[in-house]
Design a protein around this ligand. Structure first.
Ligand SMILES: [Fe+2]
Length: 282
């Protein structure tokens, strides 16, 4: 199942996908888009009969020091019980504090206190949702001086303590490795391969700061997947074996057919990696 790559389904493509049933391997949705839109929810239920659906939450803030919003978890549980998704995931981040929703996925220090908090929240979220929760590595723009472990060590310990699985966003690994100056392949080497349940690929942009003479990569999800990310994806496939792979595009959406083209390339690379063939040079 999910041997072909999936596509992130965004609301502007929803009517077209319902009407034409394009040959996507599977679809991933942000439940928050559908909980706020009853008509879209109806259409999603139609699609759930024809496609495997993955639910990727952006509002379950497992890193919030003030606790998880259980009313929101309950709403997602209702959607999950109707859609019966093949995967449920969210981010290693925080985005709410004392009921205030911040429109961003904010970073966490990697220390024992944060680990205890996230392990507790993950146990509770997995209980609340009634299924395993995949945790996605963030794209990073700075590190905390107070961190006492690397992100890879933090994620590995989270897996060990909670039995959660990991969603490895390969583009995020590339973005973070460039911004923070570490080896992206060594990062992938350090993750527990048996815990990887899904891979993401998305576009990013390079922004120059001429005054500082520096460059930062920004995880924008508004452009095609870069060659560097495709190469790292090939490495990830060899490291982890074939995994359900999603094409993520959120802003400045291209046609759904363009997204399917990227999904097809991901599927070809996964097949070649499974057969031990050299990857397509790009
Ligand atoms: Fe992602």
């Amino acid at each position: 199942m999910l041997s072909r790559a999936g596509v992130g389904l965004r609301l502007p493509h929803l009517s077209e996908v319902v009407a034409t049933r394009p040959p996507a391997g599977w679809l991933e949705i942000h439940p928050e888009n559908f909980l706020a839109n009853p008509h879209a929810f109806e259409l999603l239920l139609q699609l759930a009969g024809d496609y495997p659906i993955s639910v990727h939450t952006v509002g379950v803030s497992i890193g919030s020091a003030s606790g998880v919003d259980w009313a929101h978890v309950a709403r997602i549980r209702e959607l999950i019980d109707l859609v019966n998704p093949v995967l449920v995931s969210g981010h290693l981040a925080w985005s709410t504090h004392r009921g205030e929703y911040l429109n961003d996925l904010l970073p966490l220090p990697y220390d024992d206190e944060t680990l205890d908090l996230l392990a507790m929240h993950l146990h509770q979220v997995q209980d609340g949702l009634g299924r395993p929760f995949l945790v996605e590595n963030p794209s990073s723009y700075f590190g905390f001086g107070t961190s006492t472990m690397t992100e890879v060590e933090f994620l590995g310990e989270l897996v060990r303590r909670t039995g959660c699985r990991l969603l490895c966003d390969v583009s995020n690994v590339y973005v973070s490795s460039e911004n923070l100056g570490y080896d992206a392949r060594a990062y992938l080497d350090g993750l527990p391969a048996e815990a990887i349940g899904e891979l993401h690929l998305g576009g990013f942009q390079s922004e120059d700061d001429p005054d500082a003479g520096t460059r930062v990569l920004v995880d924008t999800h508004d452009t095609a997947i870069a060659d560097e990310a495709w190469r790292l994806y090939t490495y990830a496939l060899r490291r982890f074996g074939p995994k359900p792979t999603l094409i993520e595009w959120d802003d400045d959406l291209p046609s759904f057919a363009d997204l399917l083209d990227e999904a097809t390339l991901a599927s070809v690379l996964a097949r070649q990696a499974a057969q031990g063939a050299p990857h397509v040079a790009r």
